[in-house]
Design a protein. Structure first.
Length: 428
């Protein structure tokens, strides 16, 4: 007589353990016979990459050191398609680059103290460029109707004010607006949202007691014509603080990264809903509390990669912090580029990060060359991190399976991973 119980269904919980930092897929550097640096990187629709930055006679990794505009386009493996220098008498910065729906690219920054933007075609040929009011553009997006929106600061000196400029596709100004008058402020990052535009950065308000300026992280949503403030939020419980980079969250809303100083230092990640209301905030403590992360990208699993500088034993290195969708750390990568025979000692960092269409992270920045001490722009692609599953629970817990020896029974377990994939496991 055979005795067996039929297993109708088996649900299993799967845990993903903290994993080691993934290996580097490639590391390439790009120069133009001076000091070059990359400030922003964008994943092109053909699977390749495009980076913007600056070239000039001043060795620097700062995003604000002026020079001529430097742009490199590559294939998916970092092989150069073209590189170009756009002469601005070493008075310009290029802060951000995007691809438009027609395959062109928009670059924005500053030129001789004025907000500056330019459009190039897919081969890098300049189609138009223009200066606007005094100040700097930090971010650009293309709206669904083809208009261009730039965010940054008005006034190159002090005080300066957070502002937006909207143009048509030819760079002709349609409107501009600024969103405070008496205090200072700046927009660093932009997203188009339902019914409006979301910007993030900082504003400073005056303390009633001593009239001193106090800096706070700040978000604002305005109407598509820029004239109406739909909502704004100050994150003033952790001053001084600023949002430097923002990405859309997989489940709606936004995630912003920035840093705060004063009595409570440490890199900070904040997630908000679509109305800008905070869902959670994490300040990363030891051993990350002296790191500085000013760039963020989202992966398909809903997690994030923060990129910037990590501090180890009083030395600074390019660093990346891999975060899951709830803000927990998966891994931290510290990269001593001077261990590569091509590169020398010197200040370097990750300035920007992008997630490719293949869900791989690529970071960019500037690195000194061992041969002559000049800085080159560099990009580095990380291999995808793969987390192995472990079973932590099953249901129903009293599941019983009895068979006579020699009887073959097949069990199929279906679970869901943190990547929202179906995982099928079969035992016989």
């Amino acid at each position: 007589m055979r005795i067996f119980s039929v297993l109708v269904g088996l649900g299993m919980g799967i845990a993903f353990n903290l994993c080691a930092q993934p290996p580097v897929a490639f590391l390439h550097h790009y120069g133009a016979d001076a000091h070059e640096r990359f400030i922003d990187i964008y994943a092109v629709s053909d699977g390749g990459l495009i980076m913007c930055g600056a070239t000039g006679n001043t060795p620097s990794v700062s995003q604000l050191t002026p020079g001529d505009i430097f742009v490199v386009r590559t294939d998916p493996e970092g092989n150069v398609i073209w590189r170009r220098v756009y002469n601005r008498d070493e008075q310009a910065t290029a802060q951000s680059i995007i691809e438009t729906d027609d395959g062109h690219f928009i670059i924005c920054g500053s030129n001789q103290g004025y907000q500056h933007a330019m459009r190039i075609n897919g081969e890098g040929e300049e189609l138009w460029s223009g200066d606007y009011v005094g100040g700097r553009f930090n971010a650009v997006i293309e709206l669904k109707d083809g208009r261009l929106l730039f965010g940054g600061r008005e006034n190159a000196g002090f005080p300066y004010h957070a502002g937006l400029v909207c143009t048509n596709g030819e760079g002709e100004e349609l409107w501009h607006n600024r969103y405070e008058r008496e205090e200072i402020g700046e927009i660093y990052t932009l997203r188009e949202a339902e019914g409006g535009i979301v910007g993030a950065g900082f504003r400073a308000t005056r303390e009633p007691r001593n009239n001193a300026l106090q800096r706070f992280a700040w978000m604002i949503k305005v109407s598509l014509d820029g004239q109406q403030i739909l909502w704004e939020h100050f994150h003033n419980d952790i001053p001084p603080f600023s949002f430097y980079s923002m990405t859309s969250a997989r489940d709606g809303g936004f995630a912003m990264v920035g840093r705060n100083s004063g009595q409570d230092p440490g890199p900070t990640l904040i997630k908000v809903n679509s109305n800008g209301e905070r869902l959670w905030r994490i300040i990363y403590r030891e051993p990350y509390n002296r790191d500085v992360y000013e760039a963020i990208a989202r992966s398909r699993d809903g997690g994030f990669l923060l990129a910037g500088i990590g501090r180890v034993n009083d030395a600074n290195f390019p660093a990346a912090l891999r975060i899951n969708r709830d803000g927990a750390v998966r891994w931290r990568g510290i990269y001593n580029l001077a261990e590569d025979v091509r590169f020398g000692e010197g200040m370097t960092s990750f300035a920007s990060v992008v997630a490719t269409r293949q869900d791989e992270f690529v970071v960019c920045g500037a690195v000194p060359l061992r041969q002559n001490g000049n800085y080159d722009g560099f990009i580095m692609k990380l291999e995808p991190d793969i987390l192995g599953p472990s079973f932590i629970a099953w249901s129903p817990e009293d599941t019983l399976l009895q068979v006579l020896r020699g009887t073959e029974v097949t069990i199929i377990a279906v679970a869901h991973s943190d990547y929202f994939d179906n995982l099928d496991y079969i035992w016989s």
